[in-house]
Ligand binder design. Structure first.
Ligand code: HT7
Ligand code: ZN
Length: 854
């Protein structure tokens, strides 16, 4: 398949200022009539080219006359036009109920809905399906009234009526010009949770969360999050909502988390539905974050969209940065930052160091759906964060205002955004732009030299941006590093925090009048998304874990201490756990720390993260080293863990930051007790499981039991399954928890679960719950013999026939083959080769597999 290149961008030859769509909706055969007002863009004699996939035009007319000189070239309908403005009308028939890719118009749970980003609109009708063609849309939908009583589209409703044949119709109009990827409609039997929000200029907005009627009681949290988001965007960014209606619809079958269609967001139901019995604290937080994310797109994405898909991070990186800020403001900002950095390290760092590494603004793609990546989203957000750090809050806000004012109503580029940061912030970002074009995570080495005699301390810094596919040579990047010194004897800060901008390959920073032995706190708040390699001793790290006044840096010191111990144990076979045990004990004992922070700080780095630090990963050695340290911590601090999960301390469920922290620590403590081998651990976990009044405690207990061999394990799994057999989102947890088990027999159990009557690859959530979770279970996936690799490949090939996007997104664990021993490596490669050699695979899967082999 051919690649699309950023350098090939040309403006559209024809614009489409207005569109009218008329849908005769039916799951088996839907008729779509499209009326496009087209205008020539510039002086050229290029014909009109409309994109289409999976449909044949039943008719084509120009200015009301049927024409026959249209032709199909590849996936385009080519219409020769002579004048400068015409009305082009087409009619097509599509089959939503046969659409298993879930792109375009498809059926989910008996309802009809759309997903158009990135290139789904072309599966609905012929159109210049590119983000720089902005049109106003008028949409009429007709459907059977009994089956589809609710008809929704973008914008505001304008008219509706009944027909004599049992059908009804509704017309919607969206006054804001938008690209086709933001088009949406929904037809279904849905109930609504309504609310209102009055904007700061006095517009009353009707809010609606639409779900199947049985799910209505689970929508209050999402509605509340929507109102909070609307108020937050006004307060923090000065951005107000711009329509009279804002609807959200939840569907069970969805390729992603949610979609920001103008005025009609469509969500994966897992990011809407919540009640304490079925959703964990993690789910509640994720719902608020995704609701906020999609809402914030109304400005960062919809009012200002992307010129082309290479600019995807313009909207996604910025919007992630905005939703991270929103979530940080709802609870503990430090814990939120820790979670975000953990997510970045789990998903983006491996991507940036593997065969699929790409810049935040990529240069080419075969299938754009493969580029909705952690690099575009999360690293993109870190780029915005670094600019915000360098500008400071006032200048960053002024620069954002400039961007929103200057580019409102247009399709912009990453360069446009950076230029606004530069102009509005009064700063030169010439070199900073390398962050957009160079892939790879920079490595920073840091070492502090103290001369007690002169009182001078020198911090020597050096950076290296690693080689990545297609980019052998890199230039140094701009790294904003927040740094502070602490006195190693007193624990007191030595001077204020400094923002050091490292822009050369190496540099030194000098501190004067340092009379005490200094300990350096580096990259505080994770101010730059880099890997820091420092020569700080275990004692210094333990010191920072106790004394650093930056909560993130404190967490980071603890993680580094744990990591050093675990790597020594995995590689050399032994390590002294004393420093870790003491630091964990002190953290647990510190009454000034909030429990959510404590729960994060005492958790060991994941097996995958440990593996990411090693050039050759030995999954079994890593697992053993981690289990040994868990067991040691479990035994040595047993009384503390028992206190943290003492049932007597339980209070009735409440979704508050404090209660969330207590619950999180309770499950972490239960895990440590189980690891210690305490004979009553399964009984304690069972008691927590059985008596829980919320899903967080129940799932925490289940996860602990699932990695063991106690009779309580089977009882809990059976009870969980029976209790939630009718709840697909909770059944996903049942599958996922088992796929993440650390038991030896997990590969076999997972293969068995794939035969379970409730398992289906057709539902992306279910496929991700079992297949996706198994592939990131390092020990199980890489178990000797390569059965995990073969099983994943079979699932990917089967899924590819139904839903190429979802299949391609599950492939990356196979692409880590270079990091394993020759036997594993060869087995992984063989599976990638098998995928590439399979006739008829999608370009989605082909791109991921072939690039993983390069
Ligand atoms: N902007 C949305 C992206 C999205 C998507 C991409 C590919 C295929 C299906 C999809 N559904 C939604 C989601 C977001 O970032 O807000
Ligand atoms: Zn987004």
């Amino acid at each position: 398949p051919a690649a699309t290149r950023r350098s090939d961008y040309t403006p559209p030859a024809w614009l489409v200022p207005q569109v009218a769509l008329d849908f005769a909706l039916d799951p088996v055969a839907t008729r779509v009539r499209a009326r496009l007002d087209v205008t020539r863009n510039g002086d050229h004699d290029t014909p009109l080219r409309l994109d289409g996939a999976g449909q044949v035009p039943l008719s084509v007319t120009v200015d009301g006359q049927a024409i026959n000189d249209w032709r199909i070239e590849g996936e385009q309908l080519v219409v020769p036009l002579s004048g400068d403005a015409h009305v082009v009308e087409t009619e097509v028939e599509i089959a939503p109920d046969r659409n298993t890719q879930l792109m375009g118009l498809y059926a989910s749970g008996g309802n009809l809905c759309t997903q158009c980003e990135a290139e789904g609109f072309r599966r609905i009708t012929w159109f210049p399906d590119r983000p720089d063609v902005l049109a106003t849309y008028r949409v009429k939908m007709t459907a059977d009234k009994a089956r589809f009583p609710v008809l929704l589209a973008n914008g505001d409703p304008v008219a509706q009526g009944d027909n004599a044949d049992g059908t009804h119709w509704a017309e919607w109009h969206d006054p804001w010009p938008k690209p086709s990827y933001l088009f949406a409609l929904v037809a279904g039997d849905l109930a609504v949770n309504r609310g209102t929000f009055t904007t700061r200029s006095g517009r009353e907005v009707q809010l609606g969360i639409w779900v199947r009627s049985a799910d209505l009681p689970k929508t209050d949290h999402a509605l509340g999050a929507l109102k909070l988001s609307m108020a937050w965007d006004e307060r923090v960014y000065g951005r107000e909502y711009d329509l009279d209606v804002f609807n959200i619809v939840a569907v069970d079958d969805f390729n992603f988390g949610a979609m920001e269609n103008k005025g009609l967001n469509i969500f994966n139901s897992r990011y809407i539905l919540a009640d304490p019995d079925t959703a964990t604290d993690y789910d509640y937080d994720a719902i608020a974050a995704v609701v906020a994310h999609e809402y914030f797109h109304n400005w960062s994405g919809n009012r200002i969209t992307c010129r082309d898909w290479f600019q995807l991070s313009l909207k996604e990186g910025f919007t992630v940065y905005r939703d991270q800020g929103f979530s940080a403001d709802q609870g503990s900002a430090a814990v939120k930052r820790i979670e975000d950095v953990r997510g970045l390290r789990a998903a983006q760092f491996p991507e940036d160091s593997g065969p699929l590494a790409h810049p935040v603004r990529p240069e080419s793609y075969i299938e754009i759906s493969n580029f909705y990546t952690a690099t575009i989203y999360n690293k993109g957000a870190e780029l915005i964060r670094m600019m915000a750090t360098m500008l400071g809050p006032q200048r960053f806000r002024a620069a954002c205002d400039l961007y929103f004012d200057r580019f409102d109503g247009t399709a912009a580029t990453c360069e446009d955004f950076v230029a606004c940061m530069e102009e509005g912030g009064g700063i030169d970002l010439t070199q900073f732009r390398l962050w957009y074009s160079q892939a790879g995570t920079p490595r920073v080495s840091a070492s502090l030299v103290h001369e007690p005699g002169s009182g001078r301390a020198t911090l020597n810094l050096a950076q290296k941006v690693p080689e990545t596919p297609g980019q052998p040579v890199k230039q140094p990047q701009v790294l904003p590093l927040r740094i502070r010194l602490f006195g190693g004897d007193t624990g007191q800060p030595l001077g204020d925090e400094q923002l050091v901008i490292l822009s050369d390959a190496s540099a030194s920073v000098t501190f004067e009048t340092v009379t005490e032995r200094p300990v350096v706190s580096l990259n505080r708040g994770f101010s730059a998304p880099v890997i820091v390699e420092s020569d700080r001793s275990a004692a210094d790290l333990a010191f920072l874990a106790r004394h650093d006044d930056d909560a993130f840096a404190r967490y980071e010191a603890m993680q580094q201490l744990m990591l050093d111990t675990l790597i020594a144990a995995a590689v050399e076979g032994e390590a002294d756990p004393r420093a870790v045990v003491d630091a964990v004990a002190d953290t647990l004992d510190d009454p000034t720390l909030d429990r959510a922070f404590v729960a994060e700080a005492v958790l060991l780095p994941s097996e995958n993260f440990i593996g990411d630090q090693l050039s050759i990963v030995d999954p079994e050695a890593i697992f053993r080293a981690r289990e040994d340290l868990r067991a040691t911590l479990g035994r040595e601090l047993e009384a503390r863990w028992r206190a943290a999960c003492d049932p007597a301390l339980r209070r009735p469920y409440a979704y508050t930051p404090e209660d969330k922290g207590i619950r999180r620590l309770r499950s972490v403590a239960l895990g440590y007790l189980a690891a210690s081998g305490a004979s009553d651990a399964p009984a304690l976990a069972w008691a927590q499981f059985e008596s829980a009044d919320n899903m967080t405690d129940r799932q925490g207990a289940l996860s602990t039991l699932v990695s063991g061999h106690s009779p309580e394990r089977e009882r809990a799994l059976d009870q969980f399954y029976t209790r939630y057999a009718d709840n697909p989102l909770v059944l996903d947890k049942w599958f996922q928890t088992q796929a993440l088990s650390s038991r030896d027999d997990t590969p076999a159990l997972v293969a068995e679960l794939a035969q379970h009557p409730d398992f289906t690859l057709a539902n992306p959530n279910r496929a991700r719950a079992l297949v996706g979770a198994f592939a990131v279970n390092q020990r199980a996936f890489h178990a000797e013999g390569g059965a995990g690799y073969r099983w994943l490949t079979e699932q990917l090939l089967a899924l590819d026939k139904l839903n190429p996007q979802t299949s391609a997104r599950l492939l990356p664990p196979l692409g880590r083959w270079r990091r394993f021993d020759p036997v594993r490596s060869a087995a992984m490669r063989a599976e990638l080769e098998r995928i590439v050699a399979t006739p008829g695979i999608s370009k989605d899967l082909f791109e991921q597999a072939s690039k993983s082999l390069e």
